[in-house]
Write a protein that binds this ligand. Sequence first.
Ligand code: VGL
Ligand code: ZN
Length: 200
Amino acid sequence: MPVKIETKPALLIVDVQRDFCPGGMLAVAKGDRIIPALNGYCELFRKKNRPIFFSRDWHPQETSHFEAFGGAWPVHCVMGSKGAEFHPALKVPEVATIISKGMNPSRDDYSAFDGVDDSGTPFPELLRRLDVDTIYIGGLATDYCVKESALAALRQGFSVTLLEDAVRGVDLKPGDSSKAIAEMKTTGAKTTNLSTIDLG
Ligand code: VGL
Ligand code: ZN
């Protein structure tokens, strides 16, 4: 009998907000197409009673993240705005924890690991309290917040599995998303999809 190694997984769904989906201020092409798969992952983690986190980009009106203040991006995901809402097709269960990031007006904070929950507790601290050792990551955008979250998780000693059928990228330059996936893999991320995932 093969020995089953127990892991303590958590799910992180990154920035599936109106502004990153078609019709939004910083729309990722076909960004909404990953939502059914994400809902499926969510259901799976809920059934297993494993922690589920939804990060959201949550910017002040004036931030060096925006073009008008020296940054790279059009205005998007301003805290409290319609565009900052989770996409309406995304099922956010009651038990999920929301992680907000990007509130500091002088930082980009692409990574959910720079985010905090509603009481201000840093995301990595929440994971440690729950004894999580493995993070499954999907969402938007592959080449920014998903990548930076995955690399931060690996740096901080977590195992990372990328949900390959549930990520989409901005591709400011063609190929950015495939490059990002390659970089996550060479840094140590594994990959899975909804038909092959095995949480034990
Ligand atoms: C993101 C660009 C700017 C993301 C956030 O969520 O990937 N990308 N802000
Ligand atoms: Zn942003």
